[in-house]
Design a protein around this ligand. Structure first.
Ligand SMILES: [Zn+2]
Length: 302
């Protein structure tokens, strides 16, 4: 069962769920019909409310977690429910906050590997330049090693950006940053010794040393109350480590907000196979990284 996000309205529910079981169920006792769907953030069943009758204090239709398994929905996981961002009102977490492994964490790991090329496609667009596969590999490696899939702010709709968020503070020397004109301008203006080749690559011009590193930080969620939707963002920052080894002392050269666009990632995932252009090299890379972090199962046959 795949979770597609839709703004809940009477029309969307009727057209998408079409009155079919398990989406639509007749309540056995009260004769009150129920519409169900799955929560796009935690994949647990939700009941759609307020479709035909306005609920007190709720001007528009909304989904509410059932809090228990529902017939026809094979998936129910209490851990994921407890940490569902739609349910939790907490909107920011420490990067070190972790939750237990639930079904969602397992799905995130699976998806990180099977969709790694698409994750990197999205991130390269959001970063503004096509960072190297080596950089991509380090991101995934750190995401695994720091168990980013158990980060309290991780859920089924922010995977690509969380992989960048848990990625390294990484040198951008040699990266092809030419397509990000703002970043290029900031570097040329503030960093002596930097040059951009005609191909867009960041190089030394032979006159001085510099060391620029990129980091993703400040993951935040905000509620767009008009639609009951969540909006998430993080900050991409390029810092100048030329005179220091400490992030706290390195001046920021360039900063931009990255707003997460889960729909774009979902669309990529659901591209028809005949139209999909997969990057086999990145997928192989992801499999190798995942293999390294696979829990060992020695002793199972003992
Ligand atoms: Zn949920």
């Amino acid at each position: 069962m795949v979770a597609h996000y839709k703004v809940i309205s009477r029309d969307s529910v009727e057209s998408v769920l079409a009155g079919n079981w398990p989406w639509f169920q007749k309540a056995p006792l009260r004769g009150d019909d129920h519409y169900f769907a799955v929560c796009p953030w935690c994949n647990n069943p939700i009941q759609l409310k307020g479709l035909y009758r306005k609920q007190a204090g709720s001007p528009r239709p909304y989904g509410s977690h059932t809090g228990e398994p529902v017939d026809g929905f094979p998936y129910f996981n209490m851990t994921d429910l407890v940490y569902c961002p739609y349910r939790l009102k907490q909107r920011s977490y420490k990067k070190t906050d972790r939750r237990p492994v639930g079904e969602a964490a397992r799905r995130l790991v699976e998806r990180a590997v099977s969709e790694f090329d698409r994750i990197i496609l999205v991130l390269r667009e959001d970063f503004g330049f096509p960072f190297s596969s080596r950089f991509a590999e380090k991101m995934l490696d750190l995401w695994f090693s720091s168990q980013g899939y158990c980060y309290t702010g991780a859920h089924l709709r922010n995977l690509p950006w969380m992989i960048a968020y848990f990625g390294p503070t990484e040198s951008i020397y040699g990266q092809y940053i030419g397509s990000d004109t703002e970043l290029v301008r900031a570097i040329i203006k503030q960093v002596s010794g930097a040059r951009i080749t005609p191909e867009g690559q960041l190089r030394h011009d032979g006159t001085g040393y510099f060391n620029l590193k990129l980091q993703c930080l400040h993951h935040r969620m905000t509620e767009i109350s008009a639609e009951g939707m969540l909006s998430e963002r993080m900050t991409l920052r390029v810092m100048d480590f030329s005179a220091t080894n400490f992030a706290g002392e390195a001046p920021a050269l360039y900063e931009k907000k990255i707003r997460f666009d889960p729909e774009r990632f979902e669309r990529l995932i659901h591209t028809a196979p005949e139209r999909a252009r997969r990057n086999r090299a990145l997928l192989d890379l992801a499999r190798q990284v995942a293999e390294k972090w696979r829990p060992t199962t020695h002793g199972d046959n003992a």
